[in-house]
Structures are given as C-alpha cells and as structure tokens.
Design a protein around this ligand. Structure first.
Ligand code: F6P
Length: 341
C-alpha cells in the first residue's frame, strides 16, 4: 500500500512526531509514504516530498512541520477534488493521512464523502476538536503559557502591577483555563463565557483588599466582553473565513488600569506558545496517533480519525470529529471559579 501525508492549519508541536510515526509504521508494513507540502496546497498542486526513513530521522523533538503548512481550502477551487484525485493517482497512492484541526479535517470529511480515501489525525494547540479527549500540541502550549505566568508573577509582585497575559484560543479557552489554573492566575477569561469588565475589576479589588497588591489576568484571544462581536476583533480573514484575532489583552489593559488605578501591562504570548520542542506527553500522543492512522489506513478504515479516549487510542468517524467543537463546559470553569478568593 502507499499513502500520502499532509499537515494543514496552524503549526503545532508534535506534527513531526506524527509524520515520523506514520513513516516508521508504514515501513513495518512495507508500505510507501509520500509527503504533500503545505497542507491542501500540496495535493492541489501535486507538490510532493519523498518520505523515507532517512527523511524523518531526528525530527521527533522538532517543533513545526517538515512538510510545511497552510490554510489552503481545497473547496475554494472548482476543480479541487479532481486535482486531489489526480495527485493521488499520479503517485499511485491508496489514500491520504490528513493531520489538522477543524478546517483541515472538515475538508478531509468532505473529501471522504466525495469518495477520496482519507484518515485524519487531530491537531491543534487549542484542544477544541470533537471526537477526542485531547489533541497533541495542547500540553506544550499549556506548559509554555504556565511558565510565562510564573515569570510574570515576579514582576507583578515586585512592581505592584496587574499583568495581563493573552494566550491563543479562538473558540475554546482550554489554554487560558489550564495555564491559568496551573499558574495560579487571579482572573481567567475565555471565549465560552463573555466577561463583564465591572465584575473583572471587582474581583481584582477584592484581592487588593486582602493585601495582595498585584494580580495576573489570563485571557484567551477569542474572549469577548458581554455583547461583544467577534467580527469586530480583526479585519483579515483566512480561506476558511476565520478572523485574525489578537488585541483583547490591550483593550483589557486600558479598561482595568482606568477603573482600578493600578498600573496594568499586557503580554501577548502569540506564536511562542505554538513553537519549539513538544513536551514528552505530546511526543507520545503524536506517535500513538500516527501509528493508529497508518494501521487504520492499512485496514481500509477510511473516513475515520485517530483519537484519544480515556487514555486509549480509538478510531472515530471523521464526521464526529468535525461535527461540534469541544469547548470548556460550565463544570470545567466552575473548578477555576472555586479557587477565587
Ligand atoms: O491553530 C489554532 C490557532 O492557534 C488559534 O488559536 C489562533 O487563532 C490561530 O491558530 C492563529 O493562526 P495564525 O498563526 O495562522 O494566525
């Protein structure tokens, strides 16, 4: 058998671990692997790279993706499906392993419906894909954000400041929630729960009344004030229609400083939380998912996605993965609320 591999969407620590696992497991079967460059652009333009054992040596600890990535949407082209079919035929491929988030796997599910053989692997630091308990990359992002909070604490305390940390999280606040809990943040703001700036400041004032004259606020880039509009957050959109986010931290900074009188500063963590070497957890998860994807392809289980469920790797329908995003529940948020004093 022969399979193609591509990585789409934002890069993510662990992508190279999946690619390596795919190549090595396929080698065990005697199968051949071809890489497509830059997400769906690769099969659309028949841009490939041979994925031999030699090509994946030493990549496990490396962030990013050796295949490159893009937010190319194959359904934005009239002949998208046809071009992908031709690329697969050209390289005598039986099917594709698509590694990506909601957009890449959404396209994979549609391609499967159109008769193209695809198996998915869930990727996103945002941890918001359905059908799986966790995505690789999330653990690394939380680790980086937590370390940032620990470092911000020292300046916040020394200078009696409020420090706002803006982290990624478009629809789901998992990174803010987990790093905020791990780093002991005083306020955590997530997209799932629009915030009231007066309540945010009241929470900070309560802390000051306890004699703690500094604070850490963690905010997801997708968090909005009550009645806020996501479309107003940024002007540029990608091929999947997503607005380029960023700036909520700065807006909070001005509001909080104006209302509390405490000097307030913002740090935007940005792509730092998406780059660099994956944690051991993400390397292992990526490896397990990559192995499962090749085994599923080998068994002809097309239209499925490798997923983590109760610590076990299972194959689930691709449609289930893209049906609904996995966002923080009230119960998830309640635990963080219970820590507030
Ligand atoms: O992949 C998800 C994500 O990390 C989102 O949290 C964020 O909005 C987006 O990627 C940013 O992507 P880009 O670097 O392409 O602007």
């Amino acid at each position: 058998m022969r399979v193609g591999v591509l990585t789409g969407g934002g890069d993510c620590p662990g992508l190279n671990g999946v690619i390596r696992a795919v190549v090595r497991r396929a080698h065990g079967y005697g199968d051949g692997v071809v890489g497509f460059r830059d997400g769906w652009r690769g099969p659309l333009e028949n841009d490939t790279v041979p994925l031999t054992l030699e090509a994946v040596r030493g990549i496990l600890p490396r962030g990013g993706t050796i295949l490159g990535s893009s937010r190319t949407n194959p359904f934005k082209r009239d002949d998208g499906i046809e071009r992908i079919r031709e690329a697969l035929a050209d390289h005598a491929l039986d099917g594709l392993v698509a590694i990506g988030g909601e957009d890449t796997l959404g396209a994979a599910a549609k391609l499967h419906d159109a008769g193209v053989n695809v198996v998915g692997v869930p990727k996103t630091i945002d941890n918001d894909l359905g059908g799986t308990d966790m995505t690789f990359g999330f653990d690394t992002a939380v680790q980086v954000a937590t370390e940032a909070i620990d470092r911000l604490h020292t300046t916040a305390e020394s200078h009696k400041r409020i420090l706002v940390l803006e982290v990624m999280g478009r629809h789901a606040g998992w990174i803010a929630l987990w790093s905020g809990m791990a780093g002991g943040a005083d306020v955590i703001l997530v997209p799932e729960r629009p915030f009231d700036i007066e309540q945010v400041c009241a929470q900070l004032e309560r802390r000051f009344a306890h004699g703690r004259h500094f604070a850490i606020v963690v905010v997801s880039e997708g968090a909005l004030p009550k009645g806020g509009d996501i479309a107003a957050m940024g002007a540029k959109t990608d091929e999947f229609g997503h607005v380029r986010l960023g700036g909520v931290g700065q807006r909070l900074e001005a509001e909080i400083e104006g209302r509390t009188g405490y000097e307030t500063r913002t740090t935007v963590l940005g792509h730092i939380q998406r780059g660099g070497t994956p944690t051991a957890f993400d390397r292992v998860l990526a490896t397990r998912l990559g192995v499962a994807a090749v085994e599923a392809a080998h068994e002809g289980k097309w239209g499925t996605m490798a997923s983590l469920r109760s610590m076990q790797i299972e194959m689930v329908p691709l449609t289930e993965a893209v049906k609904e995003l996995r966002v923080c529940s009230d119960e998830d948020l309640r635990v963080a609320d219970a820590l507030l004093v």
